[in-house]
Design a protein around this ligand. Structure first.
Ligand code: FAD
Ligand code: N01
Length: 534
């Protein structure tokens, strides 16, 4: 297709959970759509992140599509927390079952999208040399799809092998007998470290900020659990949609200080034993809004770290103390802290001895050089905005998205950007996105977009554009809600702190997916209030 030019109703960028579902919905409307996906196959996150231990930390029967009751019934999840290969199989099944592949161009990156105000259409270009014009463009490009290397010089000098968790070799890697370095202790690092450390001769973990992690307690699902959920999927899905994080949990009724210390710790112990993130973060009404309440949960987990890790110095290094629990994305793990009890596993605290450079033999910190055969980078992503700003998107009057967002993203509902008509961002900045079970948020955004497009067609409008006032009000609201919580108090990818030079703006809507959904429903019910039709 190189060099060809075509016209479709919609271009969708990305073939992960979001792009696949958007394609399905647009087809139902009878639209012609073309999906472009940089990877050679479907899956998005679950195509790229194939490192040992990669799995979801939302339960499988909640982290799955709800749009097709038939799909829900015919697919059977095997584990409480699904491993990456199983989620990838599921997404391949979805692509095959709904015959989605024929409208997807793989191994092709979208490089630019330019709005033509006269034709009221987008012209989309790809790195394959294609030009496509479309009435609608949906960016299903992912919130965690642009990996970032550590900002340390010399990576090209290293003579051993470099592996990135976010782009892991399909054939797997055997670390047996090797001296291994791992940089990064976010969720990816915490999942991969116990497994690779069980294989390598010697493993050194470079930690800049310790993370809170709880035991996953992963296990096979029982037949009875599966049957029960399959019988009650509709009620469960509705509860997910109206919940705070896309995972129904009991709503707390008391402050952490309305109960005795004993009762508080018993609550935290039950949460710890449950193998789930939500119970400890939502145990009390003020768990993520008040520092003192949060401190009680954080101290409980630090106590667990001190119990598990035998060397007190190592335990202290592993204890997060510089930010509240839950405010930097916490993790569920399998044997993470216990891994540091092994004689051949070492922890380097980069706050004491920062990374200086890669050398031909390994890594040099401010203190010394470490020699390795292989290094794993688990150093995160240019999250939430990275995939959008990587594309040359130009709206009305030729305004570039990157210029409009030079001080941080501005968006109406996290879905639409004023001056960029008919361009939609699934789980875009200033929507619940990474603060939720993302499949729930993805389905809600795709449904909103599909209904908005139906509204345009039914009413004979060519395009809709968020108005600047509505956008400004939403930006202010997102900021206000964030400041009601402890989220802005920490340096995290939620506010761009992990990417040098990125504007510090809280990038997600912290009011909960249920509240957010209601807001979007009201916008639609009021004839798409806040949008102008052109
Ligand atoms: P992605 O799955 O990121 O798909 C986006 C796709 O767009 C990618 O395939 C990318 O190649 C493509 N793309 C981007 N830019 C372009 C371009 N310019 N041209 C062409 N193609 C492009 N979320 C949870 O809710 N619970 C979890 O437990 C959880 N675990 C996770 C574990 C890992 C290791 C990671 C990295 C993320 C995890 N997430 C989790 C978040 C996860 O990203 C989402 O749940 C979900 O998979 C996102 O789907 P998506 O389709 O929006 O984006
Ligand atoms: O990325 P991260 P991730 N020098 O940004 C460190 C989802 N996910 O891939 O914290 C030294 O969390 C960085 O240090 P610091 C989930 O949403 C879910 O692990 O910035 N270190 C940090 O330790 C998650 O939140 C699962 O100080 C550097 C690490 O690298 C999101 O994806 C599994 C550095 C990056 O951690 C991202 O997780 C995996 C530098 N220059 C992912 N730069 C589940 O379990 C970065 N670091 C469901």
């Amino acid at each position: 297709m190189s060099g060809s030019e075509r016209t479709v109703d919609a271009v969708i960028v990305g073939a992960g959970f979001a792009g696949l579902y958007q394609l399905y919905r647009f087809r139902e409307l009878g639209l012609t759509a073309r999906v472009f996906e940089a990877a050679p196959d479907v899956g998005g996150t679950w195509y790229w992140n194939r490192y040992p231990g990669a799995r979801c930390d939302v339960e499988s029967m909640s982290y799955s599509y709800s749009f097709s009751p038939e799909l829900e019934q015919e697919w059977t999840w095997t584990e409480k927390y699904p491993p990456q290969p199983e989620i990838l199989r599921y997404l391949n099944h979805v692509a095959d079952r709904f015959e989605l592949r024929e409208d997807i161009t793989f191994s092709t990156k979208v490089t630019g999208a330019t709005w033509d105000d006269g034709a009221k259409r987008w012209t989309v270009t790809t790195d394959g040399g294609e030009t496509v014009t479309a009435r609608y463009v949906v960016m299903a490009t992912g919130s965690l799809s642009v990996p970032k290397d550590p900002e340390v010089p010399g990576i090209e000098r290293f003579q051993g092998k470099i592996y990135r968790t976010a782009d892991w070799p399909h054939e797997g890697v055997d670390f047996t007998g090797l001296r291994l370095g791992v940089i990064g202790t976010g969720s990816s690092g915490i999942q991969v470290i116990p497994l690779v450390a069980g294989q390598a001769a010697d493993t050194t973990v470079f930690q800049r900020t310790p993370n809170f992690t709880l035991p996953a307690g992963n296990r096979l699902l029982t037949d009875a659990e599966i049957a029960e959920r399959k019988a009650n999927y509709r009620e469960w899905r509705e509860a997910q949609r109206r919940s705070g994080f896309g995972v129904p949990v009991p709503v707390a009724e008391k402050s952490a200080f309305e109960v005795s210390e004993e009762e508080r710790n018993a609550t935290y112990q039950a949460a710890w034993d449950q193998g789930s993130l939500m119970p400890i973060l939502t145990a009390f009404t003020d768990s993520i809004t008040a520092q003192a309440a949060n401190d009680t949960a954080a101290e409980f987990v630090r106590g667990k770290i001190r119990e598990i890790v035998e060397n007190p110095e190592v335990a202290e290094k592993l204890c997060p103390t510089t930010y509240p629990i839950g405010i930097k994305r916490p993790c569920l793990d399998t044997d993470y802290y216990a891994t540091f009890n092994k004689d051949n596993v070492h922890l380097v605290d980069l706050r004491q001895t920062p990374l200086a450079e890669f050398t031909d033999r390994g890594i040099r910190t401010a203190e010394r050089e470490y020699e390795f055969d292989a290094i794993i980078l688990a150093t995160g992503f240019d999250a939430i905005t990275g995939a959008l700003t990587a594309i040359d998107i130009r709206g009305r009057d030729g305004v570039r998205l990157t210029d409009k967002w030079s001080d941080g993203p501005r968006s109406y509902l996290g879905l639409a950007v004023a001056g960029f008509p008919n361009l939609f961002t699934i789980t875009g900045p200033l929507s619940p996105s990474v603060l939720s079970n993302m499949v729930v948020s993805i389905e809600q955004h795709v449904d909103f977009v599909t209904q908005a497009v139906t509204h345009l067609r039914d009413n004979g409008y060519a395009a809709l554009d968020a108005n600047v006032q509505a956008e400004g009000a939403w930006v202010a609201h997102v900021d206000e809600v964030a400041h009601y919580t402890l989220y802005p108090t920490a340096d995290t990818y939620y506010n761009g702190a992990n990417v040098p030079g990125k504007p510090r703006v809280f990038l997600a809507y912290a009011g909960g997916v249920g509240t957010y959904r209601e807001h979007c429903e009201q916008v639609a019910a009021k004839g798409y209030e806040g949008f102008d039709f052109i």
